[in-house]
Design a protein around this ligand. Structure first.
Ligand code: NAP
Length: 240
């Protein structure tokens, strides 16, 4: 059976690796993105995976995007909520926009996507949802009250929705990546990054493929007894 998977923020970084991993495993994949058309175009050309531009923080746009994906590929059976942004700043300097945009994209995006796909998954009695949280949602991080709150919220969201889906064949799990070598982490100043790497017992940043491996494990048909869990993939940096 070929299942249909949606990966938000699927055209770059961790999402790109998740899309490629799912495609290699036989899923029909849709990759969502927000605005970087150039990256999306190059991703689509190199993978043959369809790209869908909509903002996950916009509930109605998510509805329209999902309607289009389901027209093109069929009902979404696997949803990977991966789209995320940072807007780092200490709280005493943070403006409301930096707070709201990070909450609306990272956490609001999970609600918006899940709300549009959950009824179909429950009716068909099959669904796999994976939400990408963060080590910084588990441990907190200086300069990231917005991001840590959003990611921590994702972990609670996951456990609550897992309870609701358990009797309907819908599993809901989270992955909490540590520091992974993507554009998001490349934006961290070099001296800060060197300090971070020195605190990772495995001695390196994660690769996007390290996270994709976890997603593939959690979405498998026979992973039906794994729900409400958080898989930490962080090179041993934080043992939760
Ligand atoms: P990235 O390289 O910055 O890529 C982000 C992806 O999300 C892009 O495809 C981007 O689209 C998309 N996106 C951003 N805002 C969006 C929105 N409002 N609507 C739809 N798509 C949106 O990020 P990454 O490092 O791969 O991170 C992926 C996820 O892992 C995020 O949730 C992040 O918080 C989490 N994470 C990352 C790390 C890390 O070390 N990298 C660690 C822990 C957790 P465009 O290309 O159009 O901008």
């Amino acid at each position: 059976m070929t299942r249909v998977a949606l990966v938000t923020g699927g055209t770059r970084g961790i999402g790109e690796a998740i899309c490629i991993g799912l495609q290699a495993a036989g899923y029909r994949v849709a990759a969502n993105y927000a605005g970087n058309d150039k990256a999306a175009q190059s991703f689509a050309e190199s993978t043959g995976i369809g790209v869908y531009k909509f903002d996950v923080s916009d509930y109605d746009a998510c509805g329209r995007g999902i309607e289009q994906i389901e027209k093109d590929l069929g009902p979404i059976e696997v949803a990977v909520n991966n789209a995320g942004i940072t807007c780092d700043c200490t709280l005493h300097r943070m403006d409301r926009a930096a707070w709201q945009s990070v909450i609306d994209t990272n956490l609001g995006g999970c609600f918006n996507i899940c709300r549009w796909v959950i009824e179909g998954m429950r009716e068909r009695k099959f669904g796999r949802i994976v939400n990408i949280g963060s080590i910084n949602g588990q441990a907190g991080q200086y300069g990231q009250v917005n991001y840590a709150a959003a990611k921590s919220g994702i972990h609670g969201f996951t456990k609550a929705l897992a309870q609701e889906g358990a009797g309907k064949g819908v599993t809901v799990n989270a992955i909490a990546p540590g520091y992974v070598d993507t554009d998001m982490v490349r934006a961290v100043p070099e001296n800060v990054l060197a300090k971070i790497i020195s605190g990772i017992p495995v001695g390196r940043l994660g690769h996007a493929e390290d996270i994709a491996r976890g997603v593939l494990f959690l979405v498998a048909d026979d992973a039906d007894f794994i729900t409400g869990s958080t898989l930490s993939i962080n090179g041993g940096q934080h043992m939760y």
